[in-house]
Write a protein that binds this ligand. Structure first.
Ligand SMILES: [Zn+2]
Ligand SMILES: [Zn+2]
Length: 431
């Protein structure tokens, strides 16, 4: 189940992630990072997630982002010496692997649907010490068990109401096996991320051995590359799991919505993929007809649709938003590119069918992915014939986006973002 190796070329996805973090940490208001982290902790402990309006708190669904946000500032701050940086990142890694293991327990407990194996699991489960993961799980469980025993009467198991999420574990052994699998799964995503981030920051390439370990998804091997040969197991900071579980239990006692997140959230480190587009252009156009701009809350004259998150916004500057940072020339598109795509974002201009790729202050017209039944383009919708999604073009775009292969395409002409509006208007002249 190996993940694709992120490339090291300029403009790679990992570079965007990193530059996004750096942008955040270099902002004039450095307290932002701290505020962000506090917000994370806060949202988790209060469980103010109400189903659809907010994202689930990162601490329970996205350890890669939590880690990145915590290390971003030290990584770029000149006041840290390299050794301190390493020590800090390693400490955080230790805390986070413990959280990954704690999360594996939560996954098992929240998906289990029969009460008696749950009780037996809490009382008697033993992971042994056959391998590093079992040994680490056992250490964490020793910390968690007293707490679980204490609250068993206050939380009603099973947690899940939806049968599709349930696992009908019949025995403690089944629950143990499931927990191990979950731990491997969660750790493998997290470890790969940390390892690649280290490589990216130190600007070193993978050795042949490292590449092999990475591709083989050898969790223990990757762990050793991060912490060193005698760096101990995944639960060196086992005691920190108690705090995490305490917070979680508080959430469960205070509100039920969190249990839904627990049972449905999956752990995937995904590239920011482009949204799926409908076959007919008409459908797309009418779906967004009359919709309001995310920033100014008015229907845009020229609609830009973000293909990463589905947000709709004005092409031109609209300053009605409450945000007072907007400058004379900055458009919402520019700001959205930073916040949504960490500096690089892909848009569809609904009025012209053109795909726009925006990289900080520059943009490029990639072309269109919609064509008429004869395979011809209709930029700016001048001919008005029905347009259909071109399988070939969308594949090309997706490939181009995933590999971030933009600079090597000689036919793409980058221009200043200020010229985007004009370029779109004239796009039908230069097919
Ligand atoms: Zn607007
Ligand atoms: Zn977006």
């Amino acid at each position: 189940m190996g993940l694709p190796l992120p490339s090291f070329t300029k403009g790679s996805v990992s570079e965007h992630i990193l530059s996004g973090a750096i942008t955040l940490s270099l902002s004039p208001d450095q307290d932002q990072i701290l505020t962000h982290f506090n917000w994370l902790m806060d949202s988790f402990s209060k469980a103010n997630y109400d189903g659809d309006s907010e994202m689930p708190p990162l601490l329970i669904c996205d350890y890669q982002s939590v880690y990145l946000r915590c290390v971003a500032l030290p990584l770029v701050d000149e006041r840290f010496v390299d050794d301190d940086r390493k020590a800090y990142c390693l400490l955080l890694y230790r805390v986070m692997t413990t959280l990954c293991l704690t999360r594996a327990f939560q996954n098992t407990l929240s998906k289990a649907s029969l009460t008696s194996p749950i009780n037996e699991f809490i009382e008697h489960a033993d992971f042994g010490s056959n391998d590093l993961i079992s040994q680490s799980l056992q250490k964490v469980f020793q910390i968690l068990r007293p707490l679980l025993l204490e609250v068993k009467g206050r939380i009603t198991f099973p947690l899940t109401k939806f049968s599709k999420d349930r696992q009908g574990f019949c025995s403690v052994q089944e629950m143990i096996d499931f927990t191990k699998k979950q731990a491997e799964y969660i750790l493998s995503h997290f470890l790969k991320f940390v390892f690649m981030l280290n490589k990216e920051v130190t600007k070193t390439d993978l050795t042949v051995d490292e590449k092999y370990t990475f591709q083989m998804n050898d969790i223990i091997g990757i762990h050793e590359m991060i912490v060193g040969k005698n760096g101990g197991d995944f639960a060196v900071m086992a005691s920190s799991s108690r705090y995490f579980l305490e917070q979680l239990i508080l959430c469960l006692i205070n509100g039920e919505s969190i249990s839904e997140i627990l049972t449905t959230e999956t752990f995937n480190w995904r590239y920011r993929q482009l949204l799926n587009l409908p076959k007919e252009y008409d459908k797309l156009f009418s779906a967004f007809f009359g919709q309001k701009c995310e920033n100014c809350r008015r229907p845009p004259k020229h609609q830009m649709l973000c293909l990463l998150c589905g947000s709709l916004m004005c092409l031109n500057r609209c300053s009605e938003g409450s945000d007072d940072r907007s400058s004379e020339t900055e458009t919402y598109v520019e700001r959205h590119t930073i916040s949504c795509g960490a500096g690089c974002c892909c848009y569809l201009s609904l009025n012209s069918t053109m795909i726009v790729i925006n990289y900080y202050r520059v943009a490029v017209l990639w072309g269109t992915v919609y064509m008429d039944s004869h395979g011809e383009e209709d930029r700016n919708l001048i001919r008005g014939k029905p347009l259909f999604l071109s399988e070939n073009r969308i594949k090309q775009l997706q490939r181009c986006w995933t590999t971030q292969d933009l600079e090597n395409r000689s036919n793409l002409r980058w221009f200043s973002l200020d010229q985007l509006s004009l370029a779109l208007k004239q796009s039908h002249h230069n097919i």
